[in-house]
Design a protein around this ligand. Structure first.
Ligand SMILES: [Fe+2]
Length: 204
């Protein structure tokens, strides 16, 4: 039986509702419809992979081929769909807090990695403005440091072993209804309502 991801839409909305300042509840409600789409497609792909495996023959080009094949389509889009699930769950989970200077473990890691919270904010904002989809603050266990990664899609420019602790959605659906094209203003407000306890939870 294929693994099936649980849709956490209601819990994620409850986490942010009425607690994110100028990023409106309506934006979150619409945004979570997109998240549900990612959960449903991830689960559908897992079922299709299970079905394909029942007759799988690597010598069959319809099933296994680098130009076009069932395995290629399913595996490529699985990465995109599951990325959409994970990214949005982190995004909503780290919102709905008091913002301000970081606390706990992440405060020390920001100091060690960037020298100051001010530089961390500037780097995250620049990364978010330069991205076509996502900016992620990621803990790299090899260096023991944080790094703000840039993503143009749900599954782009990532590296193995790095753990995301904060996700900033920069697709226009995340802010356009509230900020129009002022993405910088949206990122400032995102930082104003960060839940640092939730961010620290990813470092536990
Ligand atoms: Fe999104």
């Amino acid at each position: 039986m294929a693994y099936q991801y649980v849709n956490k839409q209601e819990a994620l909305l409850a986490k942010v509702k009425g607690k994110t300042g100028k990023i409106s509840d309506k934006t979150h409600e619409e945004h979570l419809k997109l998240y549900t789409g990612y959960v449903n497609k991830t689960n559908a792909i897992l079922k299709e992979i299970e079905e394909l495996q029942k007759t799988l023959d690597p010598a069959n080009a319809a099933q296994a081929n680098q130009i076009f094949s069932a395995t290629r389509s399913l595996k490529v889009e699985y990465s995109f769909a599951l990325g959409g699930v994970i990214n949005h769950e982190i995004y909503f989970n780290v919102l709905g807090g008091k913002g301000g200077p970081p606390t706990g473990k992440v405060a020390a890691l920001i100091e060690k990695s960037f020298g100051s919270y001010d530089l961390f904010k500037k780097d995250l904002k620049a990364t978010g403005i330069s991205a076509r989809g996502w900016a992620w603050t990621v803990y790299n266990p090899d260096t023991g440091l944080l790094f703000n990664h840039l993503g143009d899609a749900q599954n782009s420019y990532l590296v193995w072993g790095a753990k995301p602790i904060l996700a900033l959605d920069t697709y226009e659906h995340a802010y356009y209804a509230d900020f129009f094209t002022a993405r910088g203003g949206y990122i400032d407000e995102f930082l104003n309502v960060i839940d640092w306890d939730a961010v620290n939870g990813y470092l536990a």
